[in-house]
Ligand binder design. Sequence first.
Ligand SMILES: Cc1cc2nc3c(=O)[nH]c(=O)nc-3n(C[C@H](O)[C@H](O)[C@H](O)COP(=O)(O)OP(=O)(O)OC[C@H]3O[C@@H](n4cnc5c(N)ncnc54)[C@H](O)[C@@H]3O)c2cc1C
Length: 463
Amino acid sequence: MADQRVVGATGGSIAEAAVRDFQAGLRGDLLCSDDDGYDVTRRVFNGMVDRRPAVIVRCAGTADVIRGVGFAQAHDLPLSIRGGGHSVAGSAVCDGGLMLDLSGMKGIRIDPARRTAQAQPGLTLGEFDHETQAFELATTLGVISMTGIAGLTLGGGLGWLNGKYGLACDNLLAADVVTADGRLLAASPAEHDDLFWAIRGGGGNFGVVTSFTYRLHPVGTVLGGGVTYPPARAREALRFYHEFASTCPDELSTAASLGLAEDGRPVVSVAACYCGPIEDGERVLRPLRAFGPPSADGIQPMPYLALQSGSDAGFPFGRQHYWKSSYLQDLSDDAVEVLLRFVAEKPSPISGVGLQQMCGAASRVDPAATAFPHRERHYDFLILSQWDDPADSARNVGWTRAFFEAMGPFLERGVYANNLGEEGEDRVKAAYGANYERLAALKQKYDPTNLFHLNHNITPTLR
Ligand SMILES: Cc1cc2nc3c(=O)[nH]c(=O)nc-3n(C[C@H](O)[C@H](O)[C@H](O)COP(=O)(O)OP(=O)(O)OC[C@H]3O[C@@H](n4cnc5c(N)ncnc54)[C@H](O)[C@@H]3O)c2cc1C
């Protein structure tokens, strides 16, 4: 570490001796700006985010997390927490503060008899699935294998198994949380149940989670993959999809996406996962595979792991990303027209529009049972703009905003917190919905000074 003094966000500085003392008490590495590994560690998924923490700690375990929380408190430093680094807002990394990088904490223990997994927060979905699939077990996580389990679960966690088994947060049985006062609290229905409620949808507002215990389910081979419909039938395909999706059984979760065919016309694809008996899935998916007929049909029995990584190539780390999202209940004819019109004009060939279905078990949970409030049967509608050259940013951001505005009349007010960029307080409140006030009171109880504010932030009630 070459820096003599480390600049804090308050404009003051931290004496080198204090940093050295901090470093001496860590098991993991401490990095400052001229250390090897600093630049690669501060990078996050969204290439638009370029922030420079004063100090990064690559935590080796819970003790480093506790020490890091104490150091940030003592020196009044902004504190950011990195799991898998996939937040499109880039909240895993801060300017001028302390970044706790948990990505090296990858321990996991599966109990096949009890069907549980105890997992550390640095695991990606792919790493977690790899371990659970050794026993043909799984729990709901997301659909891209490089995403971190931590941020995904704390914000909700929508994936292929949501219809049958609920969201990732619905499968959380317990967690260990380092709170703002440096204590390690066990959170579960039996202990600190209010904290346990808050972290199932309230994101990183309440502390640093150092261990997640999940319920697992029998999942091995699934009937998965996707169909693509001919561009000439894009309009009817969306209408058909909406009807099909509205009646699908819990074992089936689907997602529709819109892109452009080679001739520049909008094209609709539908991906699916059926997690029950394959013969039943063949019957349930028959209408989806008959409509059109599809120009491509890749639906087949496959290992769950293959489905979970099947879309990874479309989302490499480091591209420019700008997303807009809200829930959508009804895919009306007018909404379909707006979708097709904007997709036809998209400025980046690699941008996409998705409708990820939330259904079945996930939609039947009482909205007040966990902090995650949006329990209707609906789609998570996402305009996912991505492009390579920063010089194209204005054009892509402009298109995304205009598209989102045109979709406004068809969208619900609510939004999935994990899709949010930096979009202001109203959107954050829309993400926590009717649970916001209870969350704000719990924020006051567990983090009254708002140490954990680099997230979709809940303001402590009394502030
Ligand atoms: C390509 C891509 C695909 C996605 N697909 C899905 C999907 O299918 N389903 C879905 O539900 N979501 C999906 N998401 C959204 C995803 O859930 C969020 O981006 C989530 O924040 C990722 O978690 P992370 O640990 O990788 O994030 P990070 O960027 O590391 O963290 C985000 C925030 O989470 C909090 N946090 C992270 N770890 C901890 C911790 N241990 N303790 C306390 N707070 C913590 C912090 O506030 C942090 O700022 C996707 C995102 C991307 C980029």
